[in-house]
Design a protein around this ligand. Structure first.
Ligand code: BES
Ligand code: ZN
Ligand code: ZN
Length: 503
């Protein structure tokens, strides 16, 4: 069952039900790295270390129920990993480890010793932010479709209090607030991703974006099928023709800076179910294609976060949303469409549909003359083979932009990898009887040729990067404990929030 979580910061309490102390592993000295704690607590931890029951390693815990030390009933030690390698990611993993122990031991929350988290860290506010993000992200569960006919119990609230040596500063309070906003938006995107195809059609996705934006400074506009056709979105219109569900084009605008400042554009693939169309996919694993809208969901989440954080930027989020189905009016292999920018495209494989719906959205984004365009899509199976499920592939020819992206990803503790994009790849995407073809003549470098196709819809002088999240969009828990075991990750939302601030 899912829980509610409340987190507060305060001066360290000296009594309570459970005290949590984080300990790192000092590999060089084979000891634990601990904050200043009482002799009694220190002895407990050191003895566990000697007997090898607790080494301070990642995902390790040591729990003393009814220990009654220092007016705390229970004591929980949680490992942070190697003391030299603590970063935002290990802090999130430690938070996830703590939460899972609190849940399995049926505790009602805990007092967290802040000094045990911030020891040895350069920036204690960012440390607290990462930790709280990990806590709230790891609490996410998609269970709204379970036990529909049972009377819904009210979810339990777990209370966490992070205790500091002094009264917490305004900056710490801000870090907590930021963490809450970002994780709430990321969990919202995960929910959109986890909803099955019949609960997350293009029109439902658009309604979710409209509802979520209520009370924020976001202006949301939704185009229906007729408007999409009228606006010459040939790619999005064509892909949607095989389905009985109508497409939508979602526009989210945020003005946090003077109108003279160029906006940053985020474009996300919102393919709510991809069976491949006439070039139908094999049935094994096809159910995973409900996640083919995660790029779109993450753009919606990023825009919500940017607005709720009140960033001083202008930003536009664009989500072309459609199903890809093999109905009687569907795209047929060989069909040609005209995209928003006038380029013609042969659709040789109807399963390479993400690039088609993105083509119009990228051309439209270019018309806004933005400072930069970032698109995000579960675009190719090939990126999974190349990078697995830890690194998101980034495609751009702009080295300056890549370095900004790398910095933003580092700050957000998300992993990106720069991938090749070259004239060779563009050459592979030339059409026979149209300007372009939607698949390459050979099977090699499928993620790069897909990126090269997208590039043909971005105006030349606009800095642009494409993020392929086919490997990192869902089911990444084997590497990252604060993501769901099975389900959407909400990846790159935090990187996009950081990126938005760099323009
Ligand atoms: N949505 C898929 C990509 C995908 C595949 C994401 C597996 C996650 C896991 C995309 O629309 C697609 O089908 N791409 C094809 C392109 C090919 C036909 C050129 C692919 O990658 O096989
Ligand atoms: Zn496809
Ligand atoms: Zn797809």
């Amino acid at each position: 069952m899912s829980h509610n979580i409340s987190v507060s910061v305060s001066k360290q309490a000296n009594s309570g039900s459970t005290l949590v102390i984080f300990a790192a592993k000092n590999t060089a000295k084979s000891t634990l790295q601990l904050p200043k704690i009482s002799k009694e607590l220190n002895t407990l931890a050191q003895e566990a270390q000697k007997s090898e029951t607790f080494q301070g390693g990642k995902k390790e815990t040591l729990f003393f129920r009814s220990a009654n030390i220092e007016d705390f009933t229970n004591i929980l030690f949680v490992g942070l990993g190697d003391s030299k390698e603590i970063d935002g990611d290990s802090l999130k993993i430690a938070a996830a480890t703590m939460l899972s122990k609190v849940k399995s031991e049926k505790l009602t929350g805990a007092n967290i010793m802040a000094s045990s988290l911030t020891q040895g860290q350069k920036n204690s506010d960012l440390t607290i932010q990462s930790f709280v993000e990990g806590l709230l992200l790891s609490n996410y569960e998609y269970d709204e479709l379970k036990n529909q006919n049972k009377k819904k119990e009210k979810p339990k609230t777990l209370k966490f209090e992070i205790g500091f040596d002094q009264t917490p500063s305004a900056n710490v309070k801000k870090a907590l607030k930021n963490a809450e906003i970002i994780s709430e938006c990321q969990n919202f995107s995960r929910r959109l991703g986890d909803a099955p195809g019949n609960y997350m059609t293009p029109s439902i996705l658009a309604k979710e974006a409209v509802n979520a934006a209520k009370g924020t400074k976001l202006k949301v506009t939704v185009w229906d099928k007729a408007k999409i056709k009228k606006e010459r979105f040939g790619g999005l219109y064509g892909v949607s023709k095989g389905s009985s569900e109508d497409p939508r084009f979602i526009i989210m605008e945020y003005k946090g800076a003077p109108a003279s400042k160029k906006p940053v554009c985020f474009v996300g693939k919102g393919l709510t179910f991809d069976c491949g169309g006439i070039s139908i996919k094999p049935s094994a694993g096809m159910e995973e294609m409900k996640y083919d809208m995660c790029g779109g969901a993450n753009v919606i989440g990023a825009m919500l976060a940017i607005a709720k954080l009140g960033l001083k930027v202008n930003a536009i989020g664009l989500v072309p949303a459609s199903e890809n189905m093999p109905g009687p009016a569907a795209n047929k292999p060989g069909d040609v469409y005209v995209a928003r920018n006038g380029k013609t495209v042969e659709v040789f494989n109807t399963d390479a549909e993400g690039r088609l719906i993105l083509s119009d959205a990228l051309a439209y984004a270019s018309e806004k003359k933005p400072a930069a365009i970032f698109d995000i899509a579960t675009l190719t199976g090939a990126i999974l083979i190349a990078l697995g499920n830890q690194y998101t592939g980034v495609f751009t020819r702009d080295k300056k932009l890549m370095s900004k992206i790398q910095d933003a990803a580092d700050e957000a503790c998300e992993k990106v990898w720069s991938m090749p994009l070259d004239d060779f790849h563009v050459e592979d995407m030339k059409g026979t009887h149209a300007d372009l073809c939607n698949i390459s003549g050979n099977r090699l470098a499928g993620s790069s040729t897909a990126a090269a196709f997208l590039e043909q819809f971005v105006e030349k002088d606009i800095p642009w990067a494409h993020f392929d999240i086919a490997g990192t969009g869902w089911n990444v828990n084997n590497r990252f404990a604060y993501h769901p075991k099975k389900g959407a990750s909400g990846i790159m939302i935090r990187t996009f929030v950081e990126l938005a601030q760099k323009f």
